[in-house]
Structures are given as structure tokens and as C-alpha cells.
Design a protein around this ligand. Structure first.
Ligand SMILES: [Zn+2]
Length: 253
């Protein structure tokens, strides 16, 4: 009933934007993932095109909710889970003050409420056909660069992801998130979400959470928002045009 209305207006409400609701996402069984309802069609089309090129596009992480992100955050803050510097070297959480721990966590993990994965528009992908059996992907940029096991996937995504409305928000380092060549974003919906996720909305999401280091986060929330939410690549106009062609707004299924 309200699906058609929702796909016309702002795609995500405050709880959906911050991962505190699941009303915007649907679960797919094959391949297993959880996506915003507007992303399902484009994702399956992208996957089918990849298959024709001999690539088995498999989703690692797709939708993640606020609670999952909060568990990761708290475990890292308390030193129960590895804290790494930007080069991947382990840090001693107990040797850092609260601000230092916040900074260190943000190198590799999003602030709860501020993960693009909350939107259901983001998918981390690998090429299962290129992965030697028994090997797990490390999810490091080198795997997707020339000579890496997913180099062919990286090149194919450069050439083809845009035709299906997908782009890579973490293409290069822009002062916040490290480059993530595996991270795809569905442009039309993600762009709307990006505009709606304000520092005020984030503060509201954190207010009710049992989060370690919250005061240190709130003290610099504007800076965190600028570096980790806003400092991302923008989709090319051609990507948005392609998305409208593939999945016209407020129509069909
Ligand atoms: Zn990701």
C-alpha cells in the first residue's frame, strides 16, 4: 500500500536512516543479502550482467542495523576487539584516551547511526569465481588492484556498475573512510539518504544508545559528520540517468 508512495518521496525516515528500523529493507535468499526495496532489481540485474562476464558477484555485507554497529563499536572501544591504525597495525586501546579511541575506531568502523550500510543501498562485493577454494577474502584494496585476486572484478565494476545505478563512494581517501573498492552504493536512494542524515539526526540516534565514548563523540559530531558522512565521492550524472532507465521511480513492481 505505501510502497509506491514511499518510493516517490524521501526513501528513508529517521529510524531507517540510522539503522533503527528495517521497514525499508527486504531479505533475499539467493544470494543471501538484505537490501532497500528499490535496490533489489538493480542489484539482481548487476549480478546477472557480471555472471555473463564470468564473475560470480557475491555480497559480503549488505544492510547492517544500528545494534550490530553498536556492538562492533563498543567492543573496539573497550579493547575486546582489535583496534587498528590506518596501516592495519594493532593499537593498545588502554593506552589511548577516549578521543583517541574514537579516532582509531573510525579509521575502520562507522559510528553507529552513520553507517551507509544502514540504508540498505550499500553492498560489499567479491568475485567468488576468482576466490581460491578455502580462501577468505581479506577485503584490502590490493585485492582489487592490478595483480590482485579481484583485479578483474575491479576493472569490470569500473566499466559496468554505473550502467545499473551503482558507484563507489569510497574511491579514494578524502580525510575520513579509507578507500574501499569493494563497497558499492546504489546512487539514487543513497544520494537522498546522504542529504537527510544530518548531525542532529545522528545525535538523536546516539542519545538513546548504550554507547561507550558517547561524550567524546558528541563533542566532535560535526567534524565526524563532515569527514565520515559527507566526504565521499558523488555519483556521475550518467549513473543516475542509467538508474532511472533501469528502475523508473514509483512504477512497476
Ligand atoms: Zn561496505
Amino acid at each position: 500500500m505505501d510502497a509506491a508512495t514511499a518510493s516517490r518521496g524521501p526513501a528513508l525516515g529517521p529510524l531507517e536512516l540510522t539503522g533503527r528500523a528495517r521497514s525499508h529493507v527486504v531479505e533475499l535468499a539467493d544470494p543471501r543479502c538484505v537490501l532497500h526495496r528499490e535496490v533489489v532489481g538493480p542489484w539482481l540485474a548487476l549480478r546477472a550482467a557480471a555472471a555473463r562476464a564470468g564473475i560470480d558477484l557475491v555480497p559480503g555485507s549488505s544492510f547492517r542495523d544500528f545494534e550490530q554497529q553498536l556492538r562492533i563499536w563498543n567492543a573496539k572501544f573497550r579493547g575486546e576487539r582489535a583496534l587498528l591504525d590506518p596501516s592495519g597495525t594493532p593499537l593498545d586501546a588502554s593506552a589511548l584516551d577516549e578521543a583517541g579511541r574514537v579516532e582509531a575506531i573510525l579509521h575502520w568502523s562507522a559510528l553507529p547511526g552513520a553507517s551507509r550500510h544502514h540504508w540498505g543501498t550499500e553492498i560489499d562485493v567479491i568475485d567468488a569465481a576468482a576466490l581460491p577454494s578455502g580462501q577468505r577474502p581479506a577485503l584490502v584494496p590490493a585485492e582489487y588492484a592490478a595483480g590482485g585476486i579481484f583485479a578483474r572484478l575491479g576493472t569490470w565494476l569500473d566499466a559496468c556498475a554505473g550502467e545499473f545505478g551503482f558507484y563507489r563512494p569510497y574511491d579514494i581517501y578524502r580525510g575520513g573512510v579509507q578507500p574501499e573498492p569493494w563497497h558499492l552504493s546504489y546512487a539514487p536512494v543513497a544520494r537522498r539518504a546522504e542529504a537527510l542524515l544530518t548531525p542532529g539526526l545522528l545525535a538523536e540516534a546516539l542519545a538513546g544508545a548504550d554507547m561507550a565514548g558517547r561524550e567524546a563523540v558528541l563533542a566532535r559530531l560535526g567534524d565526524i559528520h563532515a569527514r565520515y558522512v559527507r566526504a565521499v565521492a558523488s555519483p556521475a550524472e550518467a549513473v543516475l540517468v542509467a538508474a532511472r532507465r533501469i528502475s523508473p521511480p514509483a512504477s512497476s513492481s
